[in-house]
Design a binder for this molecule. Structure first.
Ligand code: CA
Length: 373
């Protein structure tokens, strides 16, 4: 075995013992000093707070945050400990963005479409009705120019965003009224937030605001005719299969909702480079885990719903989907008309969506249509 040079030996020893001070004290030449950076030798402890838009320990969403905090602690050797707060524990869910912006918390976990009231451009980084699916969204954000735009939009609020999971394509929702034609949308009272709700209203329905905690009784008592929630896993846990007649697909309103982990920019920039990288890569890990946890659990719970209930599975008729899609196009025109940043993001988003759909005709879509397991 080749004899190690003194420099290499010192580097290896320092890595093994985790002792950066050994490296520092052993180096004498200018060249050797270059590899010692303040990023390695700092022992500063960080005690951070993460607020979330989810109830404490909410399956996948909240669970993922706890896993993220644990990972950061382990990767940093305990230099950073993050305390995760469920919605309402430190601030209400929908104040997470603002709380992190002003530094009342160092980071939050949520979804960017909650902040459309701050800037309509934010919602392109979560999910757009009739937009891209999860895989395509990730490709746009990570490899197609989306991330640079996301940074630009959030930079104006002194925030740094990272991917933090994805629900995958959601279900269309639970209905006690059958949808056979566009006429059936008229007067339909449905809990469906965000852009999906706007589209429903344009098509003649009524988007009703109901919190997660009141969903079950609202549907049971007929206060609403229908509700969307997430997908089989979360919908099962809420018990919606016990009180609805029909379970509709596809989830046209949320084809792949991206979750986000967002850090206060000033606090992030003040971190040493290795801590910044730990947050970045722990977020990537959270993102992968969250996305695939949905895929792994939804199929199990879909099966349970089919076995344990009388719910009828139905597909939205094509003319209903066409009507809703037309209304979404109108909504997009309105969004980009009065916000140059939204227009800029939309142009990148729609250009990527168009191209990626060309490929999907030959890849995922064709594969799923032609190959059955
Ligand atoms: Ca939903």
């Amino acid at each position: 075995m080749k004899k190690l040079s003194r420099k290499k030996f010192i580097q290896k020893t320092a890595l093994l013992t985790g002792s950066a001070s050994l490296l520092l004290s052993s180096c004498t030449s200018g060249e050797e000093k270059k590899i010692v950076t303040p990023n390695i030798i700092t022992n500063k402890k960080y005690r951070w707070r993460m607020v979330t838009t989810w109830p404490p320990n909410f399956p996948v969403f909240g669970e993922g945050c706890t896993r993220f905090a644990q990972m950061v602690s382990e990767m940093s050797g305990g230099r950073m400990e993050i305390k995760v707060y469920g919605s309402g524990e430190l601030v209400p869910a929908l104040e997470s963005f603002e709380a992190t912006r002003v530094g009342a918390a160092e980071m939050y976990h949520g979804a960017s479409y909650y902040w459309a009231g701050k800037d309509t451009a934010t919602q392109f980084f979560a999910s757009i009705p009739f937009g891209m699916n999860a895989q395509q969204m990730h490709a746009w954000i990570l490899n197609g120019g989306g991330y640079e735009l996301w940074r630009e939009v959030y930079d104006r609020f002194d925030l740094v965003p990272f991917l933090g999971g994805n629900s995958g394509v959601q279900m269309g929702g639970w209905f006690n009224k059958e949808i056979n034609s566009p006429e059936d949308i008229k007067g339909l009272k449905m809990r469906i937030p965000g852009l999906g709700g706007k589209v429903l209203e344009k098509a003649g329905g009524a988007a009703v605001l109901v919190s997660g905690g009141e969903l079950y009784t609202s549907l049971e008592r007929g206060v609403i005719d229908a509700t969307e929630w997430v997908g089989p896993y979360h919908d099962y846990l809420l018990g919606l299969y016990k009180i609805a007649k029909y379970y509709y697909a596809p989830g046209w309103h949320e084809p792949g909702s991206v979750l986000e982990l967002v850090v206060n920019k000033q606090m992030y920039n003040a971190l040493p480079l290795d801590m910044q990288k730990i947050i970045e890569h722990a977020a990537h890990s959270l993102h992968l885990w969250g996305f695939h946890e949905f895929e792994a659990k939804n199929n199990i719970y879909l099966d349970k719903i089919k076995r344990e209930s009388q719910v009828e599975f139905k597909l939205f008729p094509q003319d209903v989907l066409d009507l809703l899609r037309g209304k979404m196009d109108e909504t997009l025109e309105e969004i980009i008309a009065d916000n140059p940043m939204s227009k800029k993001v939309y142009e990148s988003f729609s250009q990527f969506a168009k191209q990626v759909r060309g490929w999907s005709e030959y890849s995922e879509k064709l594969y799923h249509n032609k190959i059955s397991f």
